[in-house]
Write a protein of this length. Structure first.
Length: 78
């Protein structure tokens, strides 16, 4: 079940990137879109099943920095 949900999450991330760009998390149109709502449901199910992503890769760290920089540029973060 967890593996299926992780695959679905990856698929939804691909869809979000196509619809809203690679930095979809910074795109206001992404939030509360059908894709985001479905992604939220998948994340909730993963959490209910006790899934915790313990592996934080260098790529994930860089993506977090990129998102932070984008949100600072937009004025969302200071």
């Amino acid at each position: 079940m967890i593996n299926e949900l992780l695959e679905k999450r990856d698929h939804l991330c691909d869809i979000a990137a196509e619809l809203y760009g690679d930095m979809f998390i910074c795109n206001d149109k992404f939030w509360d879109s059908p894709t985001e709502r479905e992604m939220r449901e998948v994340e909730d199910k993963l959490q209910d099943l006790g899934y915790v992503n313990e592996e934080i890769t260098d790529e994930m760290k860089q993506q977090a920095v990129d998102i932070m920089i984008e949100l600072i540029k937009k004025g969302t973060l200071k």
